[in-house]
Write a protein that binds this ligand. Structure first.
Ligand code: ADP
Ligand code: MG
Length: 206
């Protein structure tokens, strides 16, 4: 699945949607399969009031457990409701931060991120960040603090974040800001892809 950033320089809301299959909505999420999130919690998330109250949402869990699905569902619903949203993988966000001085596209994106009501950061933790990148990320989160809701998905629990950030003091300061007003959701179990693996050949005997 492509995790392109919402291209917010485009004019229409429709074209600024995260590029994803249309099935990544709240209604297609199976809470019987994913026990870490209840229907009630999904309804609370889908109501989006937490964006107005500037709460954050951090979704933690193993790969394939539906974190990105819910992040996209939130992003799409928020766009439908007229919120300004930016969706980026951690990797592409770090790229934007690192190239803000030399790339007009990056500085424009960063300007937009700061105007958004919702920043969604997908896949924090798959790739480690350098010290410079960690500092830039911390500065961004600090500048958004109490202004912008942040949604983060991560395959690592908070205990593992120091390894991603590479600095325990910075990680503590980062978590301090992110978790002050925050809902943490722990996704559990086997990944959906493993349980619903599709094959080309139905019968290997033929
Ligand atoms: P993660 O981000 O946690 O690695 P994804 O959200 O990318 O996982 O989920 C992998 C695939 O499985 C996606 O196609 C997603 O739509 C689907 N999926 C995962 N969990 C569920 C669920 N509980 N109900 C419906 N689809 C799911
Ligand atoms: Mg994911």
């Amino acid at each position: 699945m492509s995790l392109r950033t919402v291209n917010n320089e485009r004019k229409s809301a429709a074209s600024s949607r995260p590029r994803s299959p249309p099935t990544r909505g709240f209604d297609t999420f199976d809470t019987n399969f994913q026990k870490g999130v209840t229907d009630w919690q999904l309804r609370q998330l889908a109501a989006l009031n937490w964006i107005d109250s500037i709460f954050n949402v951090i979704m933690i869990g193993p790969p394939g457990t539906g974190k990105t699905h819910i992040a996209l569902a939130i992003g799409n619903k928020a766009l439908d409701c007229g919120y300004k949203v930016f969706f980026a993988s951690m990797d592409s966000l770090v790229h934007i931060l690192k190239t803000q001085e030399i790339s007009r596209a990056s500085s424009a994106r960063l300007k937009w991120i700061k105007e958004c009501q919702l920043l969604i950061i997908d896949e924090m933790g798959y790739l480690p960040v350098s010290k410079v990148e960690a500092n830039l990320f911390f500065q961004l989160i600090s500048s958004l603090y109490e202004n912008t809701s942040v949604v983060i998905t991560s395959n690592k629990g908070f205990d593992g974040w120091a390894d991603i950030i590479g600095d325990s003091v910075l990680t503590t300061a980062l978590l301090d800001r992110l978790t002050h007003r925050c809902q943490v959701l722990s996704f559990t179990g086997d990944g959906w892809r493993v349980a619903h693996r599709e094959v080309i050949f139905e019968d290997s005997n033929q």
